[in-house]
Design a protein around this ligand. Structure first.
Ligand SMILES: [Fe+2]
Ligand SMILES: [Fe+2]
Length: 148
């Protein structure tokens, strides 16, 4: 059950259930809000299934990549400032995600047979595993450093 602060943070986002999203809440608002935007972008991809026009798919992937990069930069800055000891391994996971997005973008440049559902499934699993797993590890360090 999410606490009230987190609940409020997700209250007006309707494209994913409040409680589903709250599952991924870490309790650090700036980061939770960014994760929420990433999840929204993934939802957009998922909802389109195979019906997405290629230019639209490319744009969505680009948007996801740009936003993920900004988010990773913010997260890495917070981890650095809080002295999180596993920063290097965490950064590697972020870099791998951006690389996968770049590879998918490349495949889309050269072929029109990459279905949106395949992309969405891969990205959803990767990102939600990361947010629900690796990202949780830094929470005590960031909280101790005063990130709320
Ligand atoms: Fe994250
Ligand atoms: Fe992360």
């Amino acid at each position: 059950m999410p606490d009230l602060l987190l609940y409020r943070s997700y209250l007006f986002r309707q494209d994913m259930g409040i409680f589903e999203k709250a599952t991924y809440a870490l309790g650090i608002l700036s980061i939770d809000d960014q994760h929420s935007v990433l999840i929204d972008l993934l939802q957009k991809l998922q909802n389109k299934e195979g019906n997405l026009e290629l230019p639209e798919l490319r744009n969505l992937l680009q948007e996801l990549k740009d936003y993920a990069r900004d988010h990773f930069t913010h997260e890495e800055e917070c981890m650095k400032k809080s002295g999180y000891p596993d920063l290097v391994a965490h950064k590697k996971e972020h870099a791998a995600f951006v690389r996968h997005l770049a590879v998918m973008g490349f495949r889309l440049q050269n072929s029109s047979v990459l279905p949106a559902s395949e992309i969405a499934d891969f990205l959803t699993h990767w990102l939600l595993d990361h947010i629900g797993g690796r990202d949780r590890d830094y929470v005590p360090y960031l909280q101790k450093a005063g990130f709320l």
